[in-house]
Design a protein around this ligand. Sequence first.
Ligand SMILES: NC(=O)c1ccc[n+]([C@@H]2O[C@H](COP(=O)([O-])OP(=O)(O)OC[C@H]3O[C@@H](n4cnc5c(N)ncnc54)[C@H](OP(=O)(O)O)[C@@H]3O)[C@@H](O)[C@H]2O)c1
Length: 430
Amino acid sequence: MNAQASLKIALAGLGTVGGGTVQLLAEQAGLLAERTGKRLELVAVAALARPQGLPLDGVPFFTDARTMAKDADYDVLVELIGGADGIALDIVTTALGRGRSVVTANKAMIAHHGVALAQLAEGSGATLGFEASVGGGIPIIKSLREGLAGNRVTRVMGILNGTCNYILTTMLEQGRDFGDVLAEAQKLGYAEADPSFDIDGIDTAHKLAILAALAFAMPVDIKSVKAEGIRHVSALDIRYAEELGYRIKLLGVANRGESGVETRVYPAMVPLSFPLAHVGGVFNAVVTEGDFVGRTVLEGRGAGARPTASAVVADLIDLARDRRTPTFGVPVATLKVLPEAPEGASHSAYYIRLMVKDEPGVFADIAAALRDERVSMEQVIQRGRAPNETVPVVMTVHETSEAAMLRAVARIAALPAVAEPPRLIRIEAL
Ligand SMILES: NC(=O)c1ccc[n+]([C@@H]2O[C@H](COP(=O)([O-])OP(=O)(O)OC[C@H]3O[C@@H](n4cnc5c(N)ncnc54)[C@H](OP(=O)(O)O)[C@@H]3O)[C@@H](O)[C@H]2O)c1
């Protein structure tokens, strides 16, 4: 190995992921040099304030990341500040414009600006790595872009947000309601003070848009992702799901079918026989389906300093080895805008929970609404009768079109005996 050869790294953002990356580069320096033939050398770092306790002795420190991106002498800029726009986008644009490669964990930025940044990188001969942006330590980007590159991928889906998965797992294990578990997660630091980014499915949508682009060789299209979060999932639904043989998970699902591409985020009932049902707590998992390989499942820690640093450094290793792959697997000009699947056309089995006043004839009305839309019932659970009180009626129905299901549910919701808006949850076909 040439003792002088090094990959010069400028790193912006020394928080959770930045701190973890600095630690990994220091602790594994020998191993990384052996594997790449180069020293992975931090030549500059930037953050608002110099953090204590990181092995950064002698590394020039910038309080202005823009100045570092513009003036420092580096081969690769590692962006670990976050945010779709603002400083993160500025420094990445500056680095790529200078022909310097970029490694980032910033899913929001890639989801909103991925194509423009990939184009900039292509134009200047730089590389844009974003392994850490989806699934934390799970190497899903490489998996789709390289390991599965011989396949036509028809589906990629996963549990992509650790905060939601932690909340749903805790609701299940402790039988507690959503608001209660969310408040505790905030106290413990597992959920942000403003949790909407996670619990409304926005973070999962960003990651799904990135995965769909790689899987289907299409431009990243965050606007087409329909996102529904977990605010409305109740402890009652989680209990019924278990009884019926399912577990509720927030999924990001991208399908490529004959009628087009559908990218959606929603809480779904996952059969207990499927591995995703058993991915608990802050773990993430991604399932892909390709025409030659069939199904693959990757599971691991979806966030945190060490797992995410592992993914950041994987991209740095590629650069040190001079391994370059087009940002989204193909040159930007080759990415194809694909038609979106028509609204309501997707087919699925469903779980429906109604809160119903126990009155004569009500069940016949519900059955008629389903029959008129050709929705066929699979199971019905109704327990307990309490005159003048509402009781839960839970049904599962066989696969039907979403449009038909929504029409039937709208009719059921309007029945005078139905006390609350019905809860409708997809049952994931696997
Ligand atoms: N946390 C995870 O597990 C995880 C997992 C996957 C991906 N990501 C992504 O990784 C990125 C970083 O996340 P994180 O959790 O590490 O965030 P974080 O802990 O909040 O760290 C952000 C860092 O950026 C610094 N910073 C903020 N504004 C800055 C500015 N104007 N100039 C220079 N530095 C600035 C902060 O400095 P101060 O500390 O001085 O404020 C802090 O060091 C985000 O894009 C996130 O989505 C995170």
